[in-house]
Each structure stands twice: as C-alpha cells, then as structure tokens.
Write a protein of this length. Structure first.
Length: 91
C-alpha cells in the first residue's frame, strides 16, 4: 500500500511538471531559438502556431490528469464510494 501512495505522488508530480512545461515552453523566446537551430527544415514546423497549440493542449491534458489523480490521492474514500455505488452490470 505505501508503494501505491508513492507511485501516485510521483505520477501527480510528473503530470504537473510536464504539463506546465508543455503549456508554457512553446510560447517563450527560447522556443524560437530552439526551432531555429533544428537541423531539418521539416522540424522547423515546431515553430508554427498550430504545433505550439498542439503541444500546449497536450500539456493541458497532463495537468487535468494530474489534478484528477491528485483528487484520488487526497480523497480516496470518495472515489471508492463512487466505484462501489455503480451497479455490477454497468462496467
């Protein structure tokens, strides 16, 4: 059981850090410098607004997933009660 708590804590930490980096990094001046130094012209597509938005969206998915697991970590009883209340045939 303690390993489960440690794993959830590390996973929430991972989702938070990666989510914040993916949301913020594509919009910084450093990102522009990185894209200019990429070896292939096809990789320079990473400087486009669409690619930046996609990376930020993926970061938001990480943040939401981390918040969800943080809720399960902090309030395990409420999540267990919801799972117990679903009828057996609805899985």
């Amino acid at each position: 059981m303690p390993f489960d708590h440690l794993f959830r804590f590390v996973f929430v930490l991972y989702c938070t850090v990666v989510g914040l980096v993916l949301v913020l990094a594509p919009w910084t001046p450093g990102w522009d410098q990185l894209v200019l130094h990429l070896p292939e012209p096809g990789l320079r597509l990473m400087g486009s607004t669409v690619a930046r938005g996609a990376l930020s969206g993926f970061g938001l998915v990480h943040l939401v997933w981390g918040l969800h697991d943080l809720g399960r970590f902090l309030f395990p009883r409420s999540y267990d009660d919801e799972a117990d209340s679903t009828p057996a045939g609805d899985h």
